[in-house]
Structure formats: C-alpha cells, structure tokens
Design a protein around this ligand. Sequence first.
Ligand code: ADP
Length: 222
Amino acid sequence: YVSGSKKEFAVIGLGRFGGSICRELSQLGMEVMAIDVDEDRVNEFSNIASHAVIADSTDEMVLKSLGIRNFDHVVVAIGDNIQASILTTLMLKELGVENITVKATNDYHEKVLRKIGADQVVHPERDMGKRIANTIASTSVLDYLELSDEHSVVELMANKRIHGQTLQDLNIRARFGLNIVAIKRGKEIFVSPRATEAIYEGDILIMIGADDEIDRFEVYLE
Ligand code: ADP
C-alpha cells in the first residue's frame, strides 16, 4: 500500500531499524529528514534522504531549530540509549508533534513510551519473533496480522481437504464465524470472492475472524 499523499517524515537514529525505515520511506517517494548524532551514519544517508542532519535529539533547542513540530510523523529509532529515546519522545510530544512512532528495546521501555504518549510503539525483535514463531508453529498459517488480542487476519493455505468446494459448500461464515476476504491463486487475487467461487488445493485464503475460530478451522483442515 502506498499512500496517495506525500508526507513529511523525520527519522531520528539511523541504525539498522531507523536506517531501514528511512530508506523505505524515501523509496516510497516521501520527504524524509534523517537525523543522527553520528556523522558517518548521517553521511550514509545524504544521498538517500531529502535532508540528512547531524544532531542530538535530546537537545530541545536543536529539535526546535529543525522545525520538528512541522513534520507529519517522527520516528524515534534510537537503539540502546533508552534514556535518550525517552527524553526525545517526551520533547517531541511537548513540542506538539502530531504522530510519533518509537522503537522500544524492552518491555519497561515500551511501558514508559506509552505512558508519555508515543502514538505507536514498536518492538521489532519481539514482534518479528512472535510472528515467525506463529507461522512456523502452524502447518497452514502463512502469515497473520493481529487486529486485537482475540482477532486476526490470517493467510492460510488450502489443502486437499477442501479442494473443489465452493465457499457456499464450505459455509465457513456460519460454521466458524470466519470471513474469507480474498483468495490468492498464483499471481491472481480474487478480492471479496463470490459464494460460488471454488477453492483449489494451494490457494491462499485470506480470512478474518476470532483466533479460536481460526484455530478450529485449522484443525478442520488437518
Ligand atoms: P539498531 O538496533 O536499530 O541498529 P543502533 O543502536 O545501532 O540501533 O542505532 C541507533 C542510532 O541512534 C545510532 O546511529 C546512534 O548514533 C543514534 N542516536 C543515539 N542517540 C541519539 C541522539 N540523542 N540523537 C540522535 N541520534 C542518536
């Protein structure tokens, strides 16, 4: 998904995580200001980001002079320096930055960031670990997106068990309370498939519903 509007971002901290965000946003055609205290890191991004600046984000005057509050979205990707990360987030919040995404290094860090009003806290190592554990633990789930503690969107591989059946035959909505929102077949994708659409082995079913119902459907497939 690429948004239609061009937004202005600032990324503070250009390590592996912040660097990757910076590269990707730039590639998506967004305006990005790349900020780091480390000169070498900043130089690395001078040709990638719209602007690359050597600056210490824990200095309020510096943040003000960069006009940080005019950015649509600021990402704080300061790695292990938890104090700097928290202080930076606090000041961004105080300066009235609309949207702040912060990388947390551990659960305590995450708790504090939420408390001081970070709009989005990400914990990439933990989240990715969780995601990979979930997909490798299951035989049919290829990918998933957590919507809440109890609901997800999952990608499931259709197998022999349901080969040739239509959505109507399967009656998944009534039996499991699950909705199939799309079917991927090779390079094709059928969004909002009709009830008469047949499913074939190897199709990828994108479905939404309660986690325990998804589990029940997985068991049904086995
Ligand atoms: P990752 O785990 O994502 O690779 P790193 O710890 O390697 O994270 O990178 C964090 C980056 O944040 C480093 O490049 C570091 O120089 C930068 N950084 C740390 N403190 C500040 C600060 N106060 N202001 C700006 N950048 C900072």
